[in-house]
Write a protein that binds this ligand. Structure first.
Ligand code: ARG
Length: 272
């Protein structure tokens, strides 16, 4: 069955990987002894940036800071819904300074409703908005107490989902939002209870194979029509095409060495 879909233009925040590298390891993808080509990371990132612009999206950029190699993963910098900004508070000391750096960008940019959080949360890495609901990951990074904080702050229902596979340490590595009511996810990344919650909420979700999940196929961005995702996730490309989406393959293999891809590089600025 083919569905007619339309893209809606988004406002995004990105951070050029000028200081990218893998100098520490806080997830199983990161192997500091393996070489990283920063120039290649920058050119891959630039292609993603240009792709967003060519699709009609607005992209803001935040200045990268030396000594913060993971700052390219803008998704972790905050969660923005209805123009309200929930700041990020990182789990690991290596990334702690990114929280205030991102928050400062929002304050200077004129955002008024900004919260410096009480509990650890890694922004859109663990908070994914589906229509007027928020799906919230925990298990590795974001403290489940942050889910209550987010629900109160945004005034939207927040559903806790527990992750179990260290290779899928953030929610956005195991689940992607496709439209206001549709998602795709990798069931094995979640506890039995959370899988059952997802089935209940999204009975028609696209389910990813272990092969597609392993190449970070779920670390995707959708504007309602175009779904940008790692080009290696061939099964998902096919499944998305069958549902009337337009899958767009992206090569971010250099950034994958730090455990990130399309969605990790993209923070959505919702409703200003
Ligand atoms: N090296 C980073 C970390 O482990 C990667 C973050 C990827 N970002 C994401 N939204 N999943 O924190």
């Amino acid at each position: 069955m083919s569905v007619s879909r339309t893209a809606t233009p988004r406002r995004l925040l990105m951070c050029r990987p000028s200081h990218f590298g893998v100098s520490y390891s806080i997830n199983p993808w990161m192997e500091p002894e393996k070489p990283v080509d920063t120039a290649r990371a920058v050119s891959q990132w630039e292609r993603l940036h240009e792709l967003y612009l060519s699709l009609g999206h607005t992209v803001e950029v935040i200045d990268p800071l030396p000594g913060l190699p993971d700052m390219v993963f803008a998704a972790n910098g905050a969660t923005v819904v209805d123009g309200k900004v929930l700041g990020a508070r990182f789990r690991h000391a290596e990334r702690t300074a990114e929280g205030p750096a991102y928050l400062d960008w929002f304050v200077r940019r004129g955002y008024r409703d900004v919260l410096w959080p009480e509990y650890i949360n890694e922004g859109e890495g663990d908070y994914l908005t589906v229509g007027r609901r928020i799906l919230a990951g925990t298990g590795f990074r974001t403290d489940p107490r942050s889910h209550v904080e987010a629900q109160e702050f945004f005034g939207l229902p927040v559903t806790t989902l527990r992750l179990v596979d260290p290779r899928h340490y953030h929610l956005d590595t195991a689940l992607a939002v496709l439209s206001d009511s549709e998602i795709m996810y990798y069931p094995e990344a979640f506890t039995a209870g959370s899988r059952s919650v997802l089935r209940e909420m999204f009975p028609d979700a696209v389910l990813a194979s272990p092969e597609d999940a392993a190449v970070f196929g779920l670390n995707a961005f959708s504007d309602g029509l175009n779904v940008l995702l790692p080009e290696a996730a061939t099964g998902l490309h096919r499944q998305l095409g069958e549902r009337g989406f337009r899958p767009v393959g992206v090569d971010l293999t250099e950034l994958l060495k730090a455990g990130g891809s399309v969605k990790c590089c993209t923070l959505e600025l919702r409703g200003e």
